[in-house]
Every structure is written in C-alpha cells, then in structure tokens.
Design a protein around this ligand. Sequence first.
Ligand code: 13P
Length: 256
Amino acid sequence: MRRAVVAANWKMHGSRTMVREYLSGLRGHALEHDRVQLVLCPPMVYLPALGGGLEPSLQAGLGAQDCSSESDDGAYTGEVSARMLADMGCKYVIVGHSERRERCYEDDARVAAKFLAAQSAGLTPILCVGETAEERDAGRAEQAVSRQFEAVIERAGAAGFHAALLAYEPVWAIGTGRSATPEIAQSMHALLRAALARRDAQTASKLRILYGGSVKTGNAASLFSQAEIDGALVGGASLVPEDLLAIAAAAAAGTD
Ligand code: 13P
C-alpha cells in the first residue's frame, strides 16, 4: 500500500482574509493519517500565516509552489531558495509546474536543477510532468512526459525519487474542467513508473504518483480507484477547504 498524498496548489490566489477563513474551514477535521497526507501550497507570502495557524492534529505539510535553482545565497533578485523555504517550515516544493515551464520558460535542465536544490535543502520536491493538447493530438504524449521525467532522473538518479513525489498533470486538463479519464491517467502513471522501474524497481514501486488537472469532489473517487494513482495535485478545488478535505477523504478511501 502506498500512502496517498493530496496536495493543494492555490496558484496565485489568496489574501490574509482567505487564509483566516481557510484555517477555520479546516478546523476540527481529521484525516486517516496512515492512509493520506495533506500538503498545502499557498503563495509564498502566505506560508507563515497558513503554516502558523494549522492544527497539529491535521498533520498537514506545508509546501511552496516553486523555488530557486540556486542553492547558495547571492545576487538573485526576486528568488527564494529552497533553504529559505525549509527555514520557514516548508517540507515540500512543487517544481516544473507547466505554468512555470510555459510562462517562465523553465526548461528541463532548470527544472532538474530546482529538483536537486530542493532535495539538498531537505525538501521533498513534487515534480510535475505533462503533455500539451498538441502533443497528445500528435500522438507524442508519452514521449513528452518521458523526456521531462528522464531529464530529472539523469541528474538526480533513480535514487533521487526515494524522497520525491511525481505529479502527472496534462496541460489540457489544467483549469479546463476537462479532467483526464481515469484510464488515461492510469496508463500515463504506469508508463512513468515503468520508466523508473527499469533503473530501480524498489524505488519505483514506492513512488507516489499524483494526478493533477480538474480534480474535483465529483471525479476524485473514480481517479483514486485506479491502482497507479496515488493522490492528487489539486488547483481550483483546493481553494475551498471543504472540497479539499472531501478529495483527501476520497484518496484515503481509495488506498488499499
Ligand atoms: P486545476 O485543479 O485547477 O485544474 O489545477 C491543476 C493544477 O495545475 C495543480 O497543480
């Protein structure tokens, strides 16, 4: 049994008011901790307020949505290092999200450097991979995600995925309301796990592969019923704490 992970990616949403309301929405709730881990990734500026207000009984981990590829302090205006995130109580960081690959021109090499920087600071990277609609239509979905994954395996080694999470997020499913079918997600997850298993079968069998892209309360259970889907990276629906908790409960129920 792989313990599920449900991670909330708020993207660029939030305010101090929202943090307060969110915390009160989470208050008093407990999850089956042996079956699911909750991770919350708000915008960086809200990390202290959100992290500081979480009830210990929820056992939620704090994560950032990005980090610098530079590990050492220096003249990198606007950047935040993985060490700083760890210093602020983060345990996780998303790297290689498609919105950063696309909008901030992050290439595979930069994503791999961020993955390594995160691990050397003691953070668990959540590596995102996913194909665009054009790539899927052209029959190149497998090739695109394999390339993104291999670029990180090459730098970090298969053993680097011992303490990391992988998220399959097809770009065409993000924020569109059009989730991948459970069958598509299952087959892409299987492909990714097999790629790692060719190098290190044990690490591959333990790797948690999350699905992301229009996960909602209504489709979570059918996604989690797939053996290769070990949780979710949730965008829009994670802005509502009750929805996030319902998705986490569905992940706990789907773990066997
Ligand atoms: P949505 O759940 O809003 O589609 O976003 C998915 C995502 O990009 C999570 O990282």
